[in-house]
Ligand binder design. Structure first.
Ligand SMILES: [Zn+2]
Ligand SMILES: [Zn+2]
Length: 273
């Protein structure tokens, strides 16, 4: 299914902007049914890389399959906190095995989600800690998902540090002190489309203070479409709206912001770009 909005000129990269979507889910519906078109639209919008993030074993295998098909797509693998209840020793070692593939550039998304509570808190914590150690053993940067669990999650991360391969708090939704603690751990802070939402002054204030060398951009597609596409299925090309807003907040032009965030993503995930 072709989306009409994508033929819009905002996704034609006539300005020479360079972008990377540091957190997407190309292997999820509805994007998985139109991968080729989604990737083509991303390229037209100026994207040179997409990291697609697996959330359980089957999904991680799907993510990796897409990464192997497209040179500009890379994969991260891990058990999302929602899926902590299904994780056993065997599935963890199978996930670890996927890390041997050179297209797997990160471990995650892992963390805590005390908003949806799809797995018991104790189990989320155990699986989070096991996977932090697994990622460290495999020397992969970790991709952290925290929702209504910043205090607990950052405490776990602080306990397991340091992180020679680095990490990122994806879809950042914490407060200023959470951002500070993440930065102190050496982590990057990834800004999603929610930064464009009218009521999100809190995130915009934080975005203004993140050091240049720690900013990443993401869509988390097919979720969280930025304005003016809020409510529609999201895709990597739409990261342009997020980048434009972040550039405006930081008082720089879109091209400089895109280049900066691209260099940061290449550094963290060691991308061969
Ligand atoms: Zn997430
Ligand atoms: Zn995600």
């Amino acid at each position: 299914m072709e989306s009409k909005t994508c033929s819009d000129s905002s996704y034609n990269n006539k300005n020479g902007v360079i972008l990377i979507d540091s957190h997407a889910h190309l292997e999820l519906e509805p994007l998985v049914e139109q991968t080729r078109a989604v990737v083509a639209r991303a390229v037209s919008a100026g994207l040179i890389g997409i990291i697609t993030v697996g959330i359980d074993l089957e999904d991680a295998q799907g993510a990796l399959a897409i990464a192997q098909e497209y040179e500009m797509v890379f994969a991260a693998v891990g058990f999302h906190p929602h899926n902590a209840k299904d994780v056993g020793d065997n599935s963890l070692s199978q996930m670890e095995k996927l890390c041997e593939n050179p297209k797997v550039v990160g471990y995650g998304e892992i963390g805590l989600d005390f908003f949806r509570n799809r797995s018991p808190h104790d189990r989320q914590l155990e699986v989070f800690e096991d996977q932090i150690e697994l990622a460290k053993k495999r020397n992969k940067p970790i991709i952290i998902h925290l929702r209504d669990a910043y205090e607990e999650g950052l405490a776990v991360l602080e306990k397991h540090g340091p992180y020679p391969a680095g990490g990122v708090i994806h879809c950042f939704s914490g407060d200023e002190s959470d951002a500070r603690r993440a930065l102190d751990l050496g982590f990057y802070v990834s800004i999603p489309g929610t930064v464009t939402y009218k009521k999100n002054d809190k995130l915009r204030a934080i975005v203004a203070t993140i050091p240049d060398d720690r900013v990443l951009l993401e869509t988390d597609c097919p979720f969280l479409s930025p304005e003016p596409l809020r409510g529609k299925d999201n895709e990597p090309a739409y990261i342009v709206h997020t980048a434009r807003k972040v550039a405006e907040i930081r008082g720089v032009d879109l091209q400089s912001l895109g280049l900066l965030a691209t260099q940061n993503a290449i550094r963290l995930f060691n991308l061969p770009l």
